[in-house]
Write a protein that binds this ligand. Structure first.
Ligand SMILES: [Zn+2]
Ligand SMILES: [Zn+2]
Ligand SMILES: [Zn+2]
Length: 174
């Protein structure tokens, strides 16, 4: 079998651990910028085994890897390209069944942990629906797609209107 596809060697790779030949695609190999053709030498299965082995031998390695990758991605997502990649991945995830369930769960959790915020949001939503309240454009940039921001949740109808971006900025400064 491996002989048959060897003429097509540029599109396949023999795993350096198990010796099986797989198409050289992300489905079978992890990507690595530093390896030839952008993929590592071991197939995914073997790579996972190696990873597990390492974690068994050195429990600190697992921690280190987790932390390293979290920090790596955090930094990556701040770059222009990373922002787009993150946005698209998030969108795909939110549209998946798993993502929808997670979203509902996180909303429920948020409501439970932030009852006063949730109550304020309901009051604003109802006031908007009844016409008692009119949505204003973002007070900073004028974007019509604005959200109600509460400085004090005990005064649910005292809000500042902010677009998504400026709303986030305001929260970062609190
Ligand atoms: Zn393998
Ligand atoms: Zn704005
Ligand atoms: Zn807010």
């Amino acid at each position: 079998m491996s002989k048959q596809i060897s003429h097509n060697a540029c599109n396949t790779r023999r795993c350096s651990v198990c010796g099986r030949v797989f198409p050289l695609t992300p489905e079978y190999f992890y990507r690595s910028k530093h390896k030839p053709k952008g993929f590592v030498y071991e197939c995914k299965e073997c790579r996972k085994q190696i990873q597990k082995q390492r974690e068994r031998e050195n429990p600190a390695y697992k921690e280190w890897r987790k932390r390293y990758s979290r920090e790596y991605w955090k930094k990556y997502y701040k770059t222009e390209k990373g922002k787009i990649v993150h946005y698209l991945a998030q969108k795909r995830y939110n549209n998946s069944d798993k993502g929808r369930v997670a979203l509902l769960k996180s909303r429920r959790k948020w409501r439970k942990n932030n009852p006063e915020k949730y109550a304020a949001h309901i009051i604003v939503t109802n006031a908007l629906a009844s016409g008692k309240f009119v949505r204003q454009p973002c007070e900073i940039c004028g974007n019509k797609n604005s959200q109600a921001h509460h400085e004090d949740y005990s005064k649910p109808l005292v809000v500042r209107w902010l677009c998504d971006k400026h709303h986030r900025e305001v929260h970062r400064h609190i």
